[in-house]
Unconditional design. Structure first.
Length: 201
């Protein structure tokens, strides 16, 4: 990591009681969210290099790719990962969540988790004015829980969706696709979360 004036700024990730420094990688403005780096691709560039792909390369390569992403960006199943509050961070959050889901052996839930993470992150980025947000994932018997924490105490609203609406469907999708969801107010901010019922380990 670089000191002052360097391009990488350390970012703190709380893992139980330990604090781990994770470099913040620049986001490629033209790409889906993670800067080009060693062993990290979005699986859409047509190369045969390692990366997060659709899983067609086999379970070992998908698990290895998922592990690479978590090693580089932080593991939201080990502790809260802090991300900069900007639109392109939704892609990073999706990539992290999908990596954890794959490592947990639940790839069939990947699309749903990616979509719902996008919606919660979108709310945190667009409606809170926060500089950063946190992503955390937990698995317990029969459930996966995904949390997005931000410093705003303003509650999101589940509004009726009309056919011609071009926005405002985020919580509607969370409500329809998750098994449970909610918002927990905290002394400094809130945690928006959803849960999916999954097979027990």
């Amino acid at each position: 990591m670089s000191g002052r004036g360097g391009s990488e700024q350390p970012q703190r990730v709380k893992a139980h009681t330990a604090v781990v420094a994770v470099p913040v990688l620049p986001v490629d403005a033209d790409g889906p969210g993670v800067a080009d780096g060693p062993g990290v691709t979005d699986g859409t560039d047509g190369t045969d290099g390692p990366g997060v792909t659709d899983g067609t390369d086999g379970p070992e390569s998908a698990a290895e790719a998922a592990g690479t992403v978590l090693d580089l960006l932080g593991d939201p199943s080990a502790g809260e990962v802090h991300l900069t509050s900007r639109p392109e961070s939704a892609s990073t959050a999706r990539r992290l969540a999908l990596s954890v889901i794959r490592l947990w052996g639940l790839p069939q839930y990947g699309d749903t988790v990616e979509l719902l993470v996008s919606e919660l992150v979108g709310n945190a980025v667009r409606h809170t004015g926060a500089r950063s947000f946190g992503l955390r994932m937990r698995r317990r018997r029969g459930w996966v829980r995904v949390e997005v924490r931000d410093p705003s105490r303003a509650l999101p609203c589940l509004l009726p969706v009309r056919e011609m609406d071009i926005s405002g469907r985020g919580l509607f999708l969370v409500d329809r696709l998750s098994d449970r969801w909610g918002v927990d107010l905290q002394p400094r901010g809130k945690t928006s979360w959803f849960e999916l019922r999954v097979p027990e380990r």
